[in-house]
Design a protein around this ligand. Structure first.
Ligand SMILES: Nc1nc2c(c(=O)[nH]1)N[C@H]1C(S)=C(S)[C@@H](COP(=O)(O)O)O[C@H]1N2
Ligand SMILES: [Mo]
Length: 535
């Protein structure tokens, strides 16, 4: 049956081609990993391509990703890139059976894409960043070129997939066994390179880890005012008043969390109207009087009822005073700069109104979070915080540069991506319990949650059942106007389906707007409601 046999051999050759392609792709990534370990962890091809994708993702799509995948959005992105790379590699492998040079060139092309992505990143440290992608691609291309030369010349009669031939030396090419031996050896070599790269990355981070462990937080000159006894309500399912660090939401564009060594960290303050530009070390900051404050941070990507808000006890230095010492004046004091642009070690830029930073609120450069040094995920060694402003216009993590400029002269990262230049946090309230579609038993049901309007405070929370009247909820004690406030409402629930809605009033007397808005461009608005079935 010559036809069937040649079909089977075509199939098995195609499979071999795909395997060769996958192996080439794996080699390319593993070698790139090794180079990234030598050059810079953030310069690995998947990281730079992922970063470039994030940079170019339109705001609605980014928002969709955050909504759908939450904090797994980055893992999903990286997995997606790997799946696409694997598919392309397999196809290139099959192509290379026919056109050896084309397959290898395809691998090289991907290296070029990685290199271009690396240079396009805001944190690109220059030419060395292209090395992981390029060297990796050259290694991958060589592997594919060599393997394709081996598979293509296996005579059709030499066997179907899985058949191992004893004789291995017809001189023309390799038999299956030869192919798999070569493939196995390449795979082992590549895996070794990759693991070595991982090891180097970990070693690079060790200095940063050690500097974090060695950091002793000073006692605050101005401790957080004592928290009133009643800020915590005893209600099951309510958001805890203080968010533990491990549960604190994380939103940023960093595929590789920057590991900054505190000993070599510097912060530069400069720009328009900065009479005395200065550079600070961490010790410079730690020697200053520290303030300790409870501040609730909120992400502009938080949907009505969403999870991207957290409350922590922060320790840091007053940013307004630091700026004052550098000779900065707020616009109301005749200063020429109305925008403060904070830049992080990973090239992120965030712009805050100078007026807000210097108006006496507890804007700070934080070094401590809930009694420990900032976790790496949350900006170690230093991050900025401005109570009352969404994170993307204030809360720069891994900060290393503060430039005074104007809103006219410069648009930071998110503003270039359709988000608003100015973004005070909108008054919001959230029902934590009961959960949507819960089935509580009839009788007394405790409805509870949190409400926030940072720097204005919450003065009233009201609950409405179905189309009934708005009823005042019980408010927990207020910690400060910069923190959220828990609330609860005892509901006499009758069987059936019910919609519970909540709304808050802030310290300026303004009622939370009912008008539904999506997160883009300056934060979601509207009343949160949940539907439950009382049984
Ligand atoms: N360097 C850097 N800082 C950043 C961001 C970022 O992407 N990179 N994201 C900002 C956004 S959008 C928010 S909401 C807060 C979130 O801080 P958290 O991750 O500590 O909760 O950090 C801000 N600071
Ligand atoms: Mo955010």
């Amino acid at each position: 049956m010559p036809c069937v046999s040649s079909l089977r051999s075509t199939l098995s050759r195609t499979l071999l081609g795909a395997v060769a392609g996958l192996l080439a792709g794996f080699t390319a990534l593993a070698v790139a990993e090794l180079l990234a370990g030598l050059v810079r962890p953030a310069a690995g091809p998947v990281t730079v391509v992922g970063g470039a994708v994030i940079d170019r993702t339109p705001a609605p799509l980014k928002d969709f990703a955050v909504r759908t995948f939450g904090e797994n959005d980055k893992a999903v992105l990286q997995l997606g890139i790997l799946v696409i790379l694997a598919l392309v590699a397999a196809v290139l492998g099959v192509v290379s059976l026919r056109f050896r040079a084309v397959g290898a060139s395809g691998v090289l092309l991907f290296g070029v894409i990685g290199a271009v992505a690396a240079l396009s990143r805001p944190d690109s440290k220059g030419a060395a960043d292209v090395l992981p992608s390029l060297v990796g691609a050259v290694a991958g291309a060589l592997v594919l070129y060599a393997m394709a030369g081996r598979t293509v010349r296996v005579p059709a009669s030499a066997g179907e997939l899985g058949v191992v031939h004893a004789d291995d030396g017809d001189g023309g090419g390799w038999h299956r066994r030869g192919f798999f031996v070569a493939a196995g050896a390449t795979a082992v070599a590549a895996a070794t390179a990759g693991l070595l790269g991982r090891h180097l990355v970990r070693r690079q981070g060790r200095g940063a880890v050690a500097s974090r462990e060695a950091l002793v937080l000073p006692a605050p000159a101005s401790p957080a005012p004592p928290v009133p006894g009643g800020v915590r309500l005893k209600v099951e399912g309510i958001t805890p008043f203080i968010t533990p660090n491990k549960d604190f939401y994380r939103v940023d564009t960093a595929l590789v969390v920057p590991k900054v060594d505190a000993d070599t960290w510097r912060l530069r303050i400069h720009g328009k109207g900065v009479a005395r530009p200065r550079t600070f070390t961490l010790d410079d900051l730690l020697a200053r009087p520290m303030i300790e404050r409870d501040i609730t941070l909120t992400c502009v990507s938080n949907e009505v009822g969403g999870p991207y808000a957290g409350n922590a006890r922060w320790l840091g230095v007053r940013l307004g005073e630091l700026l004052g010492e550098c000779g900065v004046k707020p616009p109301s004091g005749g200063g020429p700069a109305d925008q403060l642009v904070a830049r992080s070690v990973d090239g992120m830029t965030l712009g805050s109104p100078v007026e807000d930073v210097m108006d006496g609120r507890d804007a700070m450069l934080a070094v401590g979070m809930n009694g420990e040094a900032l976790p790496f995920d949350h900006g170690f060694p230093v991050r900025m915080l401005v109570p009352g402003l969404y994170g993307y216009v204030s809360a720069c993590k891994w900060i290393e540069d503060i430039e005074l400029t104007t809103f006219d002269a410069y648009d930071p990262y998110w503003v270039r991506r359709t988000w608003a230049r100015r973004a005070p946090i909108k008054t919001q309230s959230r029902i934590d319990t009961p959960r949507p579609f819960a089935r509580p038993a009839a009788g007394t049901v405790t409805v509870a949650g949190v409400a926030w309007a940072q720097h204005r405070g919450i003065t009233r929370v009201q609950v409405r059942i179905d189309e009934g009247p708005w009823q005042d909820a019980d408010l927990a004690a207020e910690d400060s106007v910069d923190t959220w406030r828990q609330w609860s409402y005892r509901w006499q629930a009758a069987p059936g389906g019910h919609t519970i809605a909540v709304r808050a009033t802030d310290g300026t007397g303004l009622l939370q707007t009912e008008r539904r808005a999506r997160t883009i461009p300056d934060g979601a608005s509207g009343w949160h409601s949940v539907f439950v079935t009382v049984t």
